[in-house]
Every structure is written in C-alpha cells, then in structure tokens.
Design a protein. Structure first.
Length: 233
C-alpha cells in the first residue's frame, strides 16, 4: 500500500503523524503535571481517543483518495474502466466533397440503418473471431458496394477504417481477458486470437485504446464479467 501512495500523500501522512504525536505528548504532560482526575482520568482519555481513532480510520478507508491521493485513484479508475469510444455519428462530421456527392446521395437514406448493421456485426463474436472488419469484409457481409462503405466511414465514423478495425479487435481482447483467457494462454496467443499480425502490433494498439499495457491492465483490473464495458459505442 505504501508503495502506491504518491509523494504528496506520503508527506501529508508524515505531517499528520507528527501533529498527532505532538498532541499526545501535550495531553500526557497535562495529566502528569495537573490533577485532572476529577474531570477525566487516563482510562477515560484512552477510551475516548480510541473511539475517535476508529471514526477517523473508518472515514479514511471509506474515502481512499485521502490514503492514495487523487492522481493514483484516477489512474486506477482508468485501469479498471477503459474509456468508451464514440465511434459513429448520425450527422456528417465534415462537408461532403464534390467527388463523393453522388455516392453520398445514394446512401443518404440508408445511413442510419447501415450503421446499425455495422454495430451488430462488430459485436458478433463469431464474425470478429474469424475476420478483420474493414470495408471489404463489411461490404461482403452487408452485400453492398465497398465504395458506399468508404463514404460512410469517411463522413460518419470518428476513426479511420484501420483504427476502427483495431478498436474492434481490442474490444474483443478485453472481453477475452475478462473471461479469464490469460489464465491459460499467453499475451502473444491473445493477440493472434484477436487477429493481430504480431504481439508488438497488439500491444501498441492495446495501449493506444485502453491507455495502459496489457500486463498493467490485467494486474489492476480483475473485474467480474457483469462489470465489463465495451470500448465501442
């Protein structure tokens, strides 16, 4: 626990301990040099002070920011609850270019429906375990021209098709980690299962989207399945 506390939090702890020690010395001297037995004796003092300590410690453990410091807690929250990425936009993210106008008009009335179908495909474990989702594979699954999907990704997706593909893979990797995949298999095996070409590519994209390395996430997460949240939204 002490290793996880920030320097600022350690300094505050030392200061608090010095102040408390000083106060105890003052109270002890008061009992030693003055006759306070009529008002309070040492036994009563220790009983009341123990009760105060219990209240203080209970409050501190109910508010861990006091123990660990805000920065460490925020880092822990990021480790256990990966950020949810807003991938799709129902409205165009930029002005339609002249060379895309014709195709965009063709798909305009179907854009919302196509995005919903893509969202369904990106959550299909059977599909994303077998193929990488890009405009070619999506066009085949949706039975529509690749050019139409290129335009939809260009104007309605917050990410490039390459980043989208990797984000879907990392989302799948998190689900597998949550189900205990790494208890039986290696990180390299996890990357291959999620269709990454190499462990380096997998690790790079994992840190890019999750914010920490695979090992840091695994050691800090330990989240039950019901608490798992998809990266994609």
């Amino acid at each position: 626990m002490f290793d996880k506390i920030s320097y600022r939090a350690k300094k505050n702890w030392v200061l608090l301990m010095v102040i408390l020690t000083f106060l105890l010395v003052v109270y002890s001297n008061c009992f030693a040099f003055f006759d306070l037995s009529v008002q309070m004796n040492l036994n009563a003092f220790y009983r009341y002070s123990s009760l105060c300590w219990f209240v203080i410690l209970f409050f501190m453990f109910k508010n861990p920011v006091i123990i660990f410091g805000e920065s460490y807690l925020l880092q822990s929250i990021n480790l256990t609850k990966p950020q949810t990425f807003q991938v799709w936009s129902n409205k165009p993210l930029k002005a339609i270019e002249d060379n895309d106008t014709t195709v965009y008009k063709t798909v305009y009335d179907k854009i919302d429906f196509i995005i919903l179908e893509i969202k369904a495909l990106q959550k299909s474990i059977a599909l994303i375990s077998a193929i990488t989702l890009n405009t070619e594979t999506l066009a085949k699954e949706l039975k529509m021209p690749k050019r139409h999907l290129d335009v939809i990704f260009k104007y309605h997706c917050h990410y490039s098709i390459n980043d989208f593909s990797n984000l879907v893979k990392i989302d799948h990797a998190l689900l597998l980690i949550n189900e205990g995949y790494l208890k039986k298999y290696t990180v390299d095996s996890l990357g291959k299962t999620c269709l990454f070409n190499s462990r380096f590519t997998f690790s790079t994209n994992f840190k890019k989207f999750v914010g920490v390395s695979v090992s840091d996430f695994v050691s800090s997460a330990n989240i039950p399945e019901k608490d798992y949240q998809h990266l994609l939204s």
